[in-house]
Ligand binder design. Sequence first.
Ligand SMILES: *Cc1c(COP(=O)(O)O)cnc(C)c1O
Length: 241
Amino acid sequence: MDLLPTPPGWDYAERLAEVRERADAACAAAGRNTGEVQLLVATKNFDADAAVAVVKAGGLLIGESTAQEIAVKADPVRAAGAHMHFIGHLQRNKANYVIDLVDCVESVATIELAERLDRVAAMRERTLDVMVQVNVSGEETKGGFALWEAADAAAQVAALEHLTVTGFMTIGANSRNEAEVRDGYSALRDLRDTVKLWGGADLARAHHLSMGMSSDLEWAIAEGATIVRVGSAIMGERTQA
Ligand SMILES: *Cc1c(COP(=O)(O)O)cnc(C)c1O
């Protein structure tokens, strides 16, 4: 696995400020407080030095999508003062390993994975924050619970003693059609609202909506995103120059 270095002449503080400005403008347009939306920097394909550099520039929430990359980056990134979220497909046999390196697993996409994480957390005598991943677009290539089953799934996950459900995560429709993409995000917000109202004490903390990326964070914020996961707009293109 060859991870990429920081692109030549790249300025993370500048990139962070530009994306923060976009997020703030989207908040203003939606009548929301800018403090309601956190930027998570998705550093996939970039090396540990690049990840640490973005933390030092003020990116205090980092997301990793593979066990391999989190192995390389979690310790230096957390030592630099950032929180680490897992945002990718997590194989059950890696749960044991990943759990010690993260503050939250956003991508809980099956009950079996939730049960495994719960067992590992129990062995560690800790609790783990998780989000329930939902496939709002129904695209076959995407992980996550279908919308129709997601409320039940959230209740099952939240009932596990060592997991705390802090919200919902989705990867939006692969489309440039604003109405189509926003429909998916608004469906996730409706799900969150319903679950918080009717889900009881287990789901009282299910507040977050992790949705939106570099190309569509404005649409996600308009629909209520509390975390936008931004990769290329902050880190640069993920292809080798
Ligand atoms: C890579 C990645 C992102 C960021 O994507 P960009 O389009 O580069 O902003 C967000 N979420 C997940 C789950 C990712 O894997």
